[in-house]
Design a protein. Sequence first.
Length: 400
Amino acid sequence: MKSAQITPPQDWDRTGLPAWSFFSEEMLSLEKEVLFRSHWQAVCHVNDIPNTGDFVTLDFVGERALVIRGQDGDVRAFHNLCRHRGSRVVAEQSGTCKSAIICPFHGWAYNLDGTLRGAAQPASLPKLDPVKMGLKSLEMDVWNGFVFVRFKPGPQPKISDLLRRFAPELSQYDLADMVPDGNGFWTTEVEANWKCVRDVDNEGYHVPMAHPGLADLFGDNYYDEPFSDGASRSFSKFREGAARLWSVRAYKNILQAPLALDDDHKQAWLYIGMFPNLVFGIYPDSVIFYQEFPLANGKTIQRGATYRFKDEDRRMRLARYLSMRIDRITSKEDEQLIEWTWEAAFSSGYDGVMLSDLEYGVKTYHDALRKLFPVLKEDEPPAGTLADRNAALLSEVQAV
Ligand code: FES
Ligand SMILES: [Fe+2]
């Protein structure tokens, strides 16, 4: 793949993360706390919940988020956690609460703005303050229609600031007005540490070999821009000439890009990555997002969704169907590669990795991790000391 936009320095550390970081339980708990709870996590798009009472839930690293539209039309985010005894207040991944959220355990009722409407058999309880005993709010940010939550305060600014450098380019697309494709949220489980998922996704070096569909679509136009300030960008115009695969050929023939797109973007796919675990795929016919969450060191859940233009015609629908097909095959192909990289670290022959200049995006992502976890630059700390060692290293950095 062409590396026009990648100018790594002459000498850089090509060795990747230490093998221990893929197995350490202590590392995983620190990652859950520092990355997943303390960084913005995408839940849905506001158009996934267009009507009063519509909701989407999302579970990750032991946390449960509920995003719901109130009577007043506002979208709010809460812990999906009953104040009585901690049940989920809604059990489904998405749905609609009629006029109240009724906990399935004992039937406490909450208004759609999260305040407590009433306990079941209230005479059996002291008088409860509807606000104090309401659902606990989550910090929320809405960017171009996409709803993000954060469970703990963290280092990221608002998403519009985080992704500001892409704003002019993204303004051509109708992100805020897009609507779900009707297939809901997909999830798959891969047997690998979550960082293996990200490492495979953060480089296009493997595309010509591993992704015949993408290679046919992109030719050598694809490039990755390194991670900087918490975000990355990859871009490819479509290859000139006839495609070899029927799905790619049909896609290119059918696609009539929206007039709003400039010439560079009419026949191109754009990916915007957001630290630590989210990617938007922005296509002329649709927009997707995907993310990954660790379940355990060797188990990761991937989740995503597709959005379409509101006024999509038949031709655009067909183009979207074809781009989804190319995408789906690509992620299937990646699953295998991800699992092999995870397995590799168990091998007695494993000696770490040797990154190419075309994998500089992997390195710059690791740099962002190493900034939060300087412990990754060392051998595995003795059992029970990882969090303290990391904190000590961070305070040394701050003291300088
Ligand atoms: S746990 Fe929700 S009503 Fe008891
Ligand atoms: Fe891939």
